[in-house]
Design a protein around this ligand. Structure first.
Ligand SMILES: [Zn+2]
Length: 304
């Protein structure tokens, strides 16, 4: 559920507008040593370097057909990947963006791909253990086969008791994400509106989730996405707190919607309130912001 009023009138999904910006397309490495980490040296776009430009943080929930802000259809998700690629975006993790350590080829713009709530359509395995080609990870893996410089590097803000259920949690999913170069982030345990909780309860939600992420193998400190984008009554908690003998901190705190984020070096960058762009076709969704970029109204971060 989205709390921002501007996101009420959501149009039906439509295919993204074809990109208008010319760029020198990357071809897949021809050598036999194809590696997902291989970064071509050719300039990705003809945009001039701009390390003061905006960073796009895309926000996905369900990757399947459905009504409302929480759904992106399989065909729209496929089109998104194509669109990002053609516009010169290359994926970086939330942790890389927050640390200002984005490994990008020259001319590329970063896109932080985030997935909230660990919904089933994000990652599923078939009975033989292989990835379901219709889940987000399966679709992205297939795309990365022909676009090796757009590897499956995403940030998954999971709910530790859900973990892509409804079936029993399968640790192979977490291992697969790590093997692919993705990461997990904190999204609390029960997805409450933090403003409704006492400070103790807020700390318990965030601290327990941090503990669970560590148990999954995701070393802290973690990034965090606020459920519903709602801060606790006392937002100072987000700067860190003592909990069960350890100190819990976050590398950054992400909101829900609704515009591109400043680069980490910007004076406008607020580590505890980082905006994201919801993957919808409606107002202030990803289609809108990509069009703004194509029309020159948004200047993206561009790697020198
Ligand atoms: Zn959520």
């Amino acid at each position: 559920m989205i709390v921002l009023g501007i996101l009420t009138a959501v149009a039906g999904c439509s295919s993204p507008t074809p990109p208008q910006i010319a760029n020198t397309a990357i071809t897949a490495p021809k050598s036999s040593k194809q590696s997902s980490k291989q970064v071509p040296k050719e300039r990705v776009s003809n945009r001039p370097a701009n390390t003061k430009g905006s960073v796009y943080v895309a926000e996905y929930h369900h990757i399947r057909a459905g009504k409302g802000d929480m759904f992106r259809s399989v065909s729209d998700f496929k089109a998104d990947l194509e669109h990002y690629y053609k516009l010169g975006f290359r994926p970086v993790l939330a942790s890389e963006y927050l640390a200002n350590k984005m490994s990008l080829p020259p001319g590329a713009s970063p896109i932080v791909m985030t997935f909230d709530d660990s919904t089933p359509s994000q990652i599923q395995l078939k009975s033989d253990g292989t990835v379901d080609p219709n889940c987000a990870v399966g679709i992205w893996q297939e795309f990365a086969k022909t676009h090796p410089d757009f590897p499956v590097h995403g940030t998954f803000f999971v709910l530790p008791d859900v973990m892509w259920g409804p079936r029993k949690f399968d640790p192979r999913k977490v291992k697969l994400l790590f093997d692919l170069g993705s990461e997990l982030g904190n999204h609390t345990i029960t997805h409450p509106k933090l403003s409704h909780l006492t400070d103790d309860k807020v700390q318990s939600e965030l601290g327990t989730a941090a503990e669970r992420l560590e148990a999954f193998g995701q070393k802290g400190p973690h990034s965090m996405a606020l459920p519903f984008g709602i801060s606790p009554k006392h937002p100072a908690i987000l700067k860190g707190f003592d909990w069960k003998g350890s100190h819990v901190t976050f590398t950054g705190v992400f909101l829900v919607g609704a515009n591109p984020a400043p680069p980490p070096t910007s004076p406008k960058f607020n580590r505890n309130r980082i905006p994201r762009i919801i993957a919808i076709s409606g107002p202030y969704g990803i289609d809108y912001w990509l069009k703004q970029l194509e029309q020159g109204r948004v200047k993206p971060y561009v790697q020198p």
